[in-house]
Design a protein around this ligand. Structure first.
Ligand code: HEM
Length: 180
């Protein structure tokens, strides 16, 4: 089994749990409100900053696009302050496992973008992150999967999976914290 298929299979339940942890943002519902959007951006910003930090400290050769800049721009335009939460530093991670979750999350974000556009609640100038995911997510995902499936990474599959699980759990933790 290729690494991408292995990660998809082994993180299926975690993806579902992550979606559940997003329930209080009222995505895809008539109750969705701009305040939910602000909270959602905060969670995404915290998480992207954390993952980008770890990836950048791992001599990453994959040319990924930093999306925290777009999230920061959107948060600033909404008058929201941005702050970073401290991160667990003792993780023995593999940056490609983290990147798998970060790059893959653009597929879900692209669906969210369609919903935001339909809702007309969110102004175009604060949709930079979601617009990027919608335009570039589907385009860049196949190239990432091709890179991930290089045979040389297969022997590190357990470490990659542990890192992907860490990334999913981290965003769920940030989303749960945001409820309070
Ligand atoms: C309500 C929120 C979300 C929805 C509705 C959603 C939906 C989706 C959809 C439709 C796909 C494409 C599945 C396919 O083509 O087989 C996908 C893929 C993916 N999503 Fe989500 N997603 C959500 C949130 C997230 C979050 C927050 C993350 C991680 C931070 C995430 C990580 C991923 C990953 C890694 C993939 C790639 C799976 C693979 O093909 O290997 N998703 N998501």
């Amino acid at each position: 089994m290729e690494l991408s298929a292995y990660l998809k299979k082994e993180t299926k339940e975690l993806h579902e749990e992550t979606e559940k942890s997003f329930a209080h943002f009222h995505l895809f519902s008539d109750d969705f409100h701009i305040d939910h959007y602000k909270k959602l951006l905060e969670v995404q910003y915290q998480w992207h900053k954390s993952i980008e930090y770890l990836v950048d400290h791992a001599n990453c050769k994959y040319p990924y696009h930093k999306k925290s800049r777009l999230l920061e721009k959107d948060l600033n335009s909404l008058g929201q302050k941005v702050s970073i939460q401290p991160l667990r530093e003792d993780l023995d991670y593999h940056h490609l496992g983290l990147l798998y979750v970060m790059e893959g999350s653009m597929l879900g974000a692209s669906m969210m973008h369609q919903f935001f556009v339909k809702k007309k609640l969110i102004e175009e100038n604060v949709l930079n992150y979601y617009k990027y995911c919608s335009n570039d997510g589907a385009r860049t995902w196949p190239s990432f999967v091709k890179y991930l499936n290089k045979p040389e990474f297969l022997e590190q599959k357990e470490q990659l999976l542990a890192s992907a699980k860490y990334a999913f759990n981290l965003i769920s933790k940030y989303a749960e914290k945001c409820k309070n």
